[in-house]
Design a protein around this ligand. Structure first.
Ligand SMILES: [Zn+2]
Length: 108
């Protein structure tokens, strides 16, 4: 423990990005397989998606879910699905975006 929010987000981004790479290595065909994400509703690539109970989430939403869990923003996937309609998720999205923006500004 004792990790900063930024470290947790960074770690999750790496883990979730790695899931896409692993999925494509295990099953290159999944690059051409699409499904409708149960969280954001977008038609998304199977690579990097994860099934949580009855839901299947796209890689973007997996990042939100895992980061949200890691930061204690919510404890189950139902909360994330419910939060899609709600400002709580915007918060989760916002600090991930802030973090990305911060990194970009460091690169420049
Ligand atoms: Zn999604």
């Amino acid at each position: 423990m004792g990790k900063s929010k930024e470290e947790i987000i960074e770690e999750m981004q790496q883990v979730v990005a790695q899931m896409v790479i692993d999925d494509l290595e295990d099953n290159p065909d999944c690059a051409n397989e699409y499904f409708d994400c149960d969280c954001c509703g977008k038609n998304s690539c199977m690579a990097g998606s994860i099934g949580y109970g009855n839901y299947r989430l796209c890689n973007d939403c997996v990042l939100l879910a895992e980061t949200g869990f890691a930061l204690g923003k919510f404890t189950d996937i139902q909360s994330l699905i419910d939060a899609m309609e709600d400002s709580r998720l915007e918060e989760v999205c916002k600090f991930i975006k802030d973090e990305e923006a911060r990194k970009k500004s460091l690169e420049n």
